[in-house]
Design a protein around this ligand. Structure first.
Ligand SMILES: Cc1cc2nc3c(=O)[nH]c(=O)nc-3n(C[C@H](O)[C@H](O)[C@H](O)COP(=O)(O)OP(=O)(O)OC[C@H]3O[C@@H](n4cnc5c(N)ncnc54)[C@H](O)[C@@H]3O)c2cc1C
Length: 460
């Protein structure tokens, strides 16, 4: 049975639609004009009616625009964040004219891309010059700048978040200065701007330290959740990239392992389409009120699910398409808290939230050498649990049940995913918080990059 058949069998949908769906970004930027163009994020949860749109041609035009701004300017990537980092009544600024591979060094395996480049448009050019991004998230719709500015990550025992591989960037500051930043040049701003929430200015390009391009073998399988939990450390250590999803109201989880290989390419992976969304909702609607039957059905289906193996070029191995839109909360915690916390999340979901069907995603990030000031992985081994709610449902009751679990752990939220924390908590959890605030105030004395959300986050 292939994955498409699997999906069509109704009850299987909840295992797979979130994980393998397909999506289309909602955010669009257009050049300034008299007409106000509404904006919304990917899930449709965030909306704004900016008075202006801008898409500067080059750094000179961008610098002029920032220097002369009299109202808030918020850079946008692909609008895939769930936190209101972008919404403003002022101007939304697109980097769509800053895209593509600019230069590379074949010996050092570094490459420089325009900051507006979509992650999905990085793969082929990089592969063409024998390079591969060291890590990737589970979709590739984001812009590079959007991904870096929120600490976007993938999963892997020895893999850092994406910004951990940035060796240089160009920042156009709110006062219009074009600043080259690296460990050797403007090092403090470099440490701040790698994960900068779009608050320090506009990044126009990034240089990445990559690794040699490789074909990857992606294997996914359903296993007993208890086995995945017990075997997590071993599986995580064994694979280049490993994650699993806990499937609510079942005793199973879905594991995904990705490793370099020399094996021949296989036919492309089958992705699901919008029918999955329908099936997911049906399962919740028909059986949400009867958890015993739901669990029995889910378990019956899950235990016979075949392993799937695909060998692809690296850039096709990591990302999936997302057909089913959702809102998401993800917290990053010390690695040692991961598995006990997952058990608590599971207990609360199954006790209080029959309506939930989206799997919870469990990942790890190696942050030991990550020194970006606002990196959620700052200098420690980190692990993450992400929970999701269908985009038409109110996500807050579910998220409000789960979020308090993280508070005692000193966990921090993904900057692009829903949370309720503010400056007072961040000040305790980020050792270089004040340093970041000082740099922000210095670079943006007029506060033109601040919207309401950032004022709360920074306590301005
Ligand atoms: C379906 C889906 C799957 C996801 N999967 C993952 C995942 O696997 N791992 C993960 O960690 N996250 C994941 N995310 C979250 C996502 O990676 C982040 O929210 C990311 O920021 C989105 O990138 P974007 O280009 O859409 O940025 P936006 O959401 O448009 O912007 C994000 C931030 O970047 C700033 N910004 C954008 N461009 C610039 C610029 N040129 N200069 C300065 N600041 C800028 C914005 O102002 C904003 O603060 C996922 C989100 C969705 C919707």
């Amino acid at each position: 049975m292939d994955r498409r058949q699997f999906l069509r069998t109704g009850t299987h949908a909840s295992l797979a639609a979130l994980i393998f769906g397909s999506g289309s970004p909602q955010a669009q930027a257009a050049p300034s004009s008299g007409r106000k163009i509404p904006w919304q994020n990917w899930s449709g949860y965030l909306k704004a009616t900016p008075s202006g749109r801008a898409a500067p041609r080059d750094e000179d035009q961008l610098a002029e625009l920032l220097k002369n701004a009299s109202q808030t300017i918020r850079p946008v990537g692909a609008g895939h964040s769930f936190t209101p980092l972008v919404p403003t009544d002022g101007t939304i600024l697109s980097l769509r004219n800053f895209r593509g591979l600019k230069s590379h060094d074949p010996e050092k395996l570094t490459a420089t891309f325009g900051a507006g480049t979509k992650i999905g448009h990085v793969g082929e050019p990089l592969h063409g010059i024998g390079q591969m991004l060291a890590n990737m998230p589970d979709i590739d719709e984001q812009s590079l700048a959007g991904a870096m500015n929120t600490g976007t990550h993938g999963t892997g025992e020895n893999l850092g978040a994406l910004h951990a591989y940035v060796t240089g960037l160009t920042l156009v500051t709110p006062e219009g200065e074009v600043m080259k930043c690296s460990k050797d040049d403007n090092a403090e701003v470099f440490d701040a701007a790698r994960v900068g929430l779009g608050a320090l200015g506009v990044v126009t390009e990034y240089t990445f330290q990559n690794i040699a391009s490789s074909r990857m073998r992606r294997e996914s399988w359903i296993a007993k959740l208890d086995d995945l939990i017990d075997g997590f450390d071993e599986l995580s250590a064994k694979h280049h990239s490993f994650e699993f999803y806990y499937i609510p109201f079942s005793d199973y989880g879905l594991a995904i392992a990705i490793d370099p290989t020399d094996e021949p390419l296989t036919p492309p992976r089958v992705e699901t389409d919008n029918e999955s969304a329908e099936e997911l909702r049906m399962l919740r609607d028909y059986l949400g009120w009867w958890p015993g039957m739901r669990r029995w059905l889910m378990n019956t289906v899950a235990k016979d699910h075949p392993r799937e193996v695909a060998v692809t070029e690296w850039y096709n191995a990591f990302p999936s398409e997302r057909a089913v839109r959702f809102n998401e909360m993800e917290y990053h915690m010390d690695r040692q808290h991961l598995l006990p916390t997952l058990k608590k999340v599971r207990m609360l979901v199954e006790k209080h939230h029959n309506e939930v069907y989206f799997p919870c995603e469990v990942r790890v990030v190696d942050g030991k050498s990550d020194d970006a000031m606002l990196s959620p992985f700052y200098k420690h081994d980190s692990a993450s649990i992400a929970i999701h709610r269908y985009f038409e449902d109110d996500p807050l009751p579910y998220f409000q049940t789960i979020e308090p679990i993280y508070q005692d752990l000193g966990a921090v939220p993904h900057w692009g995913k829903m949370h309720t924390l503010d400056a007072s908590t961040f000040a305790q959890r980020y050792p270089r918080w004040q340093e970041f605030l000082d740099i922000r105030a210095e670079l943006d004395p007029r506060g033109i990059m601040l919207n309401e959300h950032l004022r709360t986050v920074f306590g301005v």
